[in-house]
Design a protein around this ligand. Sequence first.
Ligand SMILES: CC(=O)SCCNC(=O)CCNC(=O)[C@H](O)C(C)(C)COP(=O)(O)OP(=O)(O)OC[C@H]1O[C@@H](n2cnc3c(N)ncnc32)[C@H](O)[C@@H]1OP(=O)(O)O
Length: 405
Amino acid sequence: MQIRPTTEQDLTVFVDTMHAAFGRFPEGPADSEGMWWSALEMDRALLATTEQGAPIGTAAAYSFELTLPGEVVVPVAGVTTVGVLPTHRRQGVASAMMRHQLTEVRARGELAAVLLCTDARIYGRFGYGPATYMQRMTVQRHQAAFRPAHGPAAGSIEVLPIEVLRRAEGGEVLEAVYDRYRRAQPGALSRPHRWWAVGAGQPPVSRAPRYLAVHRDDAGVPDGYASYTVTESGTLTVDETIATDDAVATALARFVLDHDLVTQVVFKQVPLDHPLRWQLEDFRGVQLGDDGDWLWVRLLDVPRALTTRRWWADGELVLDVVDPFLGEHGRHLLTVRDGTADCVPTDRAPDLSLDVRDLGSIYLGGTAPSTLVRAGHVQAHHPGVVALADSLFRSNRAPHCLHWF
Ligand SMILES: CC(=O)SCCNC(=O)CCNC(=O)[C@H](O)C(C)(C)COP(=O)(O)OP(=O)(O)OC[C@H]1O[C@@H](n2cnc3c(N)ncnc32)[C@H](O)[C@@H]1OP(=O)(O)O
């Protein structure tokens, strides 16, 4: 088996091989405008081949930016299209591609790789841990009265059927609002211009028909949107609400919940700490379901990762981190003061011993270290250290990622 880089000329063979691995029948990549793979960066794609050159596996990466706690934006690799032909599975092909890819990601200076996984059993062995979570939120309209304390946000709501917008005009509004939002939201990924330009991905990045409730500030500048559809039976489904502050998100929620001819509103992918149930008169008016993991994080430079994010408590921890997949081991003294951290090698006895996959899970603040201590995966060497680790690693708000790739 060999692993080789690809170029734009390999797009057809790459897409065909990947679809055979996933058991899908794609439309041809030649007319792929608007297909999710039209945003592939072929200079970051890998093909695994037999010794004779026949393709047997694929793996690629997008160049994204990830927002860390404290509105710090860093380049990361968004790993995608990992597939091995059914005839060549369980022979180490994916493992070899993952090793090759992680080496390249690190060489580019990206401190982490991230991905969404089809099967949660695959990626822990490669050092990835689930780091952001999401759920579906359903609200029956007759239970959707807001508690009076919450007034509407400043600004106005304008409903624009997406099909009457000129594509470039609509795309620019969404792109600009999303970009402002993601820079402040821990766990959010950038959506590079190429995605909007070709309509790659899922709605509203794709060109599927959607209505957009666009919120504008008092100066008329768009600062939030909700992308939605309404069925004849009266279900309004929101793909995503993107808002640059909570008041705007509330205004958009009020808007969709006030929509005529609607009996229920489904918000497809909201963070676990979404405030809506606290905003309604009827706390039980919100039903939650389909909770699950979304973004998985794989750290490639532990000291740099820890010193790059921001922190909300002071303290000192010795972390003993093993990385079985890359055969690495480091003991780090993490010292946090006034929001920033110092991280240096140490021989001191560890406070916490953990696998790099578990550090990936707690890194963005979406998973409490105490949960992984209770699960038996993070070892706390003395009791007081668990509460300290929880207060150190928490984020100012729950990390959340909406981007599909
Ligand atoms: C970010 C993304 O792209 S997510 C998409 C993942 N791809 C898919 O779901 C497409 C369908 N599946 C596939 O193409 C392949 O089965 C892959 C890519 C998941 C795995 O490829 P393989 O070449 O078979 O993996 P490889 O042989 O390196 O397996 C490494 C280990 O992972 C385990 N493993 C691999 N896939 C799975 C799985 N789906 N469930 C459980 N264990 C798995 C193997 O058993 C093996 O374990 P071992 O080291 O204890 O023997």
